[in-house]
Design a protein around this ligand. Structure first.
Ligand code: PRP
Length: 235
């Protein structure tokens, strides 16, 4: 990549399940990656010093970007919506596809949502889960967990869960089924609103390279109407 003449852009990268594909995409796009083994360093400079990378917990990426600690970031749409952070979403990225679903025990697949006056729902997504039940007038008790949410119904902690489903293997292995798809999700490039304008040249260069590398897989920023069509809240 030709090094921009301006100060390096700061990019918040998610550790964990999106990390490898994010780095692969950046490499394919010809964006300079950190050189060598950086051990447990959390801020890395690219080999050509055009980019600085901040390695963040995925759920924190929108926070770094909203506050301008990072100019750009990569996270899941699920994480972004849950965070309620105000950022631009210039490019959907062609990986990390899965869905956020309401799930329950397989022996009660048709249980209506109002089967109990106050179902207990375990999730890592308390805001999206609260929204889902609020618009249906269901007074759900939401129990926030940090992981292994599928345990909830198995140990009697919760009646239902809201969690990511990719292959469905974790649900099947634990006797659970999807009851409703709440949203389809995938990785997305996000941008700090001020930086998007103030550093537009450098940011557009990164977006252009990523768009070219995604071929037909990347798409423009979704407008809110298109987004709402991807939120199939049935019934
Ligand atoms: C995610 C998610 C599900 C699982 C879904 O968990 O929370 O548990 O993957 O994938 P599957 O449909 O392909 O089985 P993750 O591995 O990120 O760990 P966590 O549960 O500890 O968050």
């Amino acid at each position: 990549m030709t090094a921009p003449h301006l100060a390096p852009l700061v990019v918040a990268l998610p550790k964990g399940r999106l990390a490898d594909q994010t780095l692969e995409l950046f490499q394919t796009a010809g964006l300079s990656l950190p050189a060598g083994d950086n051990g447990r360093k959390l801020i890395l400079s690219s080999a050509d010093a055009s980019l600085h990378y901040v390695l963040a917990k995925p759920a924190d990426v929108p926070t770094y970007v909203e506050y301008g600690a990072a100019d750009l970031g990569v996270c899941g749409l699920d994480t972004l919506r849950e965070s309620r952070r105000q950022v631009y979403e210039p490019l959907l990225l062609p990986f990390g596809h899965c869905r956020l679903s309401l799930c329950g025990p397989s022996d009660r697949p048709d249980t209506p949502l109002r089967y109990a006056s106050q179902p207990r729902v375990a999730t890592k997504y308390p805001n999206l889960t609260a929204d889902f039940f609020r618009v249906r007038g269901v007074n759900a008790e939401i129990i926030t967990l940090s992981g292994s949410v599928e345990l909830g119904p198995l140990v009697g902690l919760a009646d239902l869960i809201v969690d990511l489903v990719e292959t469905g293997n974790t649900l099947r292995a634990n006797g659970l089924v999807e009851v409703r798809v709440i949203m389809e999700t995938q990785a997305v490039l996000i941008a700090n609103r001020a930086a998007y304008h103030l550093k537009n040249g450098a940011i557009q260069q990164v977006i252009g390279r990523l768009r070219a590398a995604t071929g037909h897989g990347g798409s423009e920023q979704p407008d809110e109407q298109a987004l709402s069509k991807r939120l199939p809240y049935p019934e």
